[in-house]
Ligand binder design. Structure first.
Ligand code: UCC
Ligand code: FAD
Length: 583
C-alpha cells in the first residue's frame, strides 16, 4: 500500500518542478564597472584584496544577517515588568552583529584614517556599496555616524566631543558609537527653519537642556545625536526662523534605574520599508546637551552632515540598482519561458541592459562626488573641485534616489510573480528604495538646494560644471565609436548654457518651476560625460562604450526641451494648480 502510494492521507502531489533560485555571488567580483573604476583610480592591491574578501563575506554571511534584520524588526518596550518606564528599543541579534562588523571593517573609520589619501572616500564608499543591500539598513546609522564625525571634525576635536569623535571613527567594536540626526519635527522636515520648536534652556555650567518633540529619528538605538534647537534667553524668548537655530550634541544615556535621561520614546514608526531599523518619535524632556555651533548658525553647521549623509544615500541608491541587476541576470540563466532561458530572449536582455545602463550611470555619478569629497578632505581640492562638490551632492542624491525606485521596480518584474513574494527578499528592495528620495531632502527640496548653490556662489558652481564636463569629453574627440555620444553631450551642454542665459533674464519664479528639470539635466549631461570619459580609459571594455552610447540616447537636457514648450512661463503655475484641483 505504502509503496504504491495509496495512503489515504499521503502528501499532496505538487509536481516535480522547482525553480532554481537566484544566487547572490561575491558583489565585488560580479561588478565589472566597480573593479574597472578602481583599477583605473585606486589600483592598490590592499584595497582589492580587502574588497574581494569583504564581498565574499557579504554574499556568504552578512546577507543572511540582513534578512534576519528584516524578519525580526525592532520593537519598543515602554515598561519593565514592574511598571517602570524604560523605553527599551529591542533590536535583533543580527542588527547588533552589523554594528560590530561595521567597526571591524572600518566602514566609517576608513574615511578618517585616509590610508589611501585622496582616494580614501572612494575606497570607503566602494565598501559601503558592496555592503548596503545586505546590511539590513545598517548603512543608515553609519551614514549619520559618518556625518556626525565630519561635523565634529570641522568644528574641532575638543571637549565635549573629542571622545565622541574617537568612538564614531574607531575600529574597535566595544568602543564604537553610532549617531542620530534629529532635525525633523511635526511642523516640518524640509522647512526646518519654521518647523523647529525645540528649545534649549541654558544651564549655569554652560550646558543646555533640550525640550521638544522630534518627529522622525532613525536608528534610535544610537549612542548620541546631533540636533537643532532654539536657545532661550532669560525671558524664555527665542529667535524665529533659520537665524534662531543652533546645533547641539547630546548623548543617549540611562540613569541607575535604567531610564533614558531626558528622553521619552513616544512610539516607533510603522513604515512602508526600512523596517529593519527603528525610527522613533522622541520627546526631549530636558535632554542634557552642548551647543556646538555659534548661536543661529545651526543649519549651516549641520550642512556638513547633510553632505555626507546625502552621499551615503546616493551610494545606497546605486547599490540597490546594482543588487537587483546582479540577481536578475543570474535568474535569467536559470529560468525558462517559451522554450528557452530568459537570457536568450532579446527583449528580456534589452530590459536588463537598460537597467544596467542606469546603474552604471548612477555609480559613476556617485563615485565622482566621492572623488571630490576625498580631494577636499585631503587638501587637494581646487576651487573648481569645491564648487563641483557643492553642486553635484544634491544633484546625485536626487537623481539616483528616483532612479533607484524605477530600476528596482523594473528589477522585481524580471522575476515575474516571484518578484512580488515577500520571503524571496525581493520586495524589501523596492520598499527600502522608496525612502531614498524622501529622507535627507526630497527631490524638490534638493532641486531648490541646487538653485541655492548657484545663487550663493554667484554662478561659479555652474562655471565649474561646464568647465569640467567639457574637459571630460576632451579625450574622446578622436574615438569614433563614441562620436554619437560626444555629439549628444556637447549639444546638451550648449542647450543648457542657453537655458542658463535665458533664465537669468526671467522673473522670479521661473527658475523655481524649472528647478527639478534643471537638476535632472545637470545629472544626465554630467553622467553622460563621465561614461564617455570612462569608456576612453585604456582599460575600458566595449561594454563601457556601449553603455555610454545608450545613456546618451536619453533626453539629456529636459530643461531645454521643456523651456522651448513654455513649461515655466508665468501662466504655468496657476494652470498647474487649476489642473490639480479640477473637479
Ligand atoms: O532624513 C534624515 C535622516 C534619515 C536617515 C539617514 C539616511 C542616510 C542615508 C542612508 C542610506 C541607507 S535627517 C533629516 C534630513 N533633513 C533634510 O535634509 C532637510 C531638508 N531641508 C533642506 O535641505 C533645507 O534646504 C534646509 C533646512 C537645509 C535649509 O533651509 P533654509 O532655512 O531655507 O536655509 P537657508 O536660510 O537657505 O540656509 C541657512 C544656511 C546658509 O548658510 P549661512 O547661514 O552661512 O548663510 C546656507 O548657505 O545653511 C546653508 N546651507 C547649506 N550649506 C543650506 N543648505 C546647505 C547645503 N546643502 N550645503 C551647504
Ligand atoms: P514636507 O516638507 O511636508 O514635504 C511634503 C512635500 O512637499 C514633498 O513632496 C516635498 O518635496 C514638497 N515640498 C516641500 N517644500 C517644497 C518647496 N519649497 N517647493 C516644492 N516642493 C516642496 N528626519 C530626521 O531629522 N532624522 C531622521 O533620522 C529621520 N529619519 C527618517 C526615516 C524615515 C523612514 C522617513 C520616511 C523620514 C525620516 N526623517 C528623518 C524625516 C525626513 O527627513 C523628512 O520626512 C523629509 O525631509 C521631508 O520632510 P516632511 O516630512 O516634513 O515633508
Amino acid at each position: 500500500w505504502e509503496a504504491a502510494g495509496y495512503l489515504p492521507f499521503s502528501r499532496a502531489k505538487i509536481g516535480s518542478f522547482f525553480q532554481e533560485t537566484p544566487v547572490l555571488k561575491n558583489p565585488f567580483l560580479e561588478d565589472a564597472l566597480l573593479r574597472g573604476y578602481l583599477r583605473r583610480h585606486l589600483p592598490q592591491e590592499a584595497a582589492f584584496s580587502d574588497l574581494c574578501a569583504f564581498g565574499e563575506r557579504v554574499a556568504n554571511e552578512v546577507d543572511g544577517w540582513g534578512r534576519e534584520c528584516e524578519v525580526t524588526p525592532p520593537r519598543l518596550v515602554h515598561f519593565d515588568p514592574w511598571g517602570r518606564r524604560v523605553d527599551h528599543i529591542v533590536t535583533s541579534p543580527a542588527w547588533k552583529r552589523m554594528k560590530d562588523l561595521s567597526a571591524q571593517e572600518g566602514l566609517v573609520a576608513i574615511g578618517y584614517e585616509r590610508s589611501f589619501g585622496e582616494w580614501s572616500r572612494v575606497y570607503q564608499m566602494s565598501k559601503l556599496y558592496i555592503f548596503s543591500p545586505s546590511s539590513g539598513l545598517y548603512t543608515c546609522p553609519l551614514a549619520m555616524t559618518d556625518g556626525a564625525a565630519k561635523v565634529i571634525q570641522s568644528i574641532g576635536l575638543s571637549w565635549p566631543v573629542d571622545e565622541a569623535y574617537s568612538r564614531l571613527t574607531t575600529r574597535q567594536p566595544e568602543r564604537f558609537w553610532t549617531s542620530g540626526q534629529w532635525m525633523t519635527e511635526r511642523q516640518g522636515g524640509s522647512d526646518v527653519a519654521s518647523g523647529t520648536e525645540t528649545v534649549a534652556v541654558p544651564q549655569t555650567d554652560g550646558s543646555y537642556k533640550l525640550h521638544g518633540f522630534k518627529w522622525f529619528t532613525s536608528a534610535t538605538d544610537a549612542d548620541m545625536a546631533l540636533t537643532l534647537a532654539r536657545v532661550q534667553d532669560r525671558t524664555g524668548a527665542t529667535t524665529p526662523g533659520s537665524r534662531g537655530l543652533s546645533l547641539f550634541y547630546g548623548e543617549v544615556s540611562r540613569d541607575e534605574g535604567g531610564r533614558l535621561k531626558g528622553i521619552e520614546v513616544q512610539r516607533l514608526k510603522d513604515k512602508l520599508g526600512t523596517r529593519q531599523m527603528p525610527t522613533a518619535e522622541l520627546l526631549l524632556d530636558g535632554l542634557p546637551a552642548h551647543r556646538l555651533s555659534e548661536e543661529g548658525k545651526g543649519v549651516a553647521s549641520i550642512a556638513n552632515m547633510l553632505t555626507i549623509t546625502r552621499i551615503h544615500n546616493s551610494i545606497s541608491a546605486a547599490a540597490a540598482m546594482r543588487r537587483v541587476v546582479q540577481l536578475a541576470r543570474d535568474y535569467a540563466t536559470r529560468r525558462t519561458a517559451f522554450g528557452k532561458l530568459l537570457k536568450d530572449h532579446p527583449l528580456h536582455m534589452q530590459t536588463l541592459a537598460r537597467m544596467e545602463v542606469e546603474t552604471r550611470g548612477a555609480f559613476l555619478l556617485v563615485m565622482e562626488v566621492c572623488r571630490l569629497l576625498g580631494r577636499e578632505e585631503s587638501g587637494m581640492a581646487t576651487q573648481l573641485d569645491a564648487h563641483l562638490l557643492r553642486l553635484l551632492t544634491p544633484v546625485a542624491k536626487l537623481y539616483t534616489g528616483k532612479q533607484a525606485v524605477a530600476v528596482v521596480s523594473e528589477g522585481l518584474e524580471s522575476f515575474g510573480g516571484q518578484g512580488y513574494i515577500e520571503d524571496t527578499g525581493l520586495p524589501g528592495l523596492l520598499r527600502d528604495a522608496q525612502v531614498l528620495s524622501i529622507w535627507e531632502g526630497t527631490t524638490n527640496v534638493l532641486s531648490l538646494d541646487v538653485l541655492r548653490s548657484v545663487a550663493r556662489s554667484s554662478g561659479m558652481v555652474l562655471h565649474a560644471y561646464f568647465t569640467h564636463a567639457k574637459s571630460l569629453l576632451a579625450g574622446a574627440s578622436n574615438v569614433s565609436p563614441l562620436a554619437p555620444a560626444v555629439k549628444a553631450v556637447n549639444g546638451a551642454l550648449s542647450e543648457l548654457e542657453d537655458f542658463v542665459q535665458i533664465a537669468a533674464t526671467r522673473a522670479t519664479g521661473y527658475l523655481e518651476l524649472a528647478a527639478r528639470d534643471l537638476a535632472y539635466s545637470l545629472a544626465r549631461i554630467y553622467t553622460g560625460a563621465l561614461l564617455i570619459d570612462h569608456a576612453c580609459w585604456k582599460g575600458a571594455s566595449s561594454s563601457d562604450t556601449y553603455a555610454a552610447l545608450r545613456w546618451c540616447e536619453h533626453d539629456l537636457c529636459p530643461v531645454a526641451t521643456k523651456q522651448a514648450r513654455g513649461c515655466y512661463d508665468l501662466s504655468t503655475a496657476p494652470l498647474d494648480a487649476a489642473l490639480v484641483y479640477d473637479r
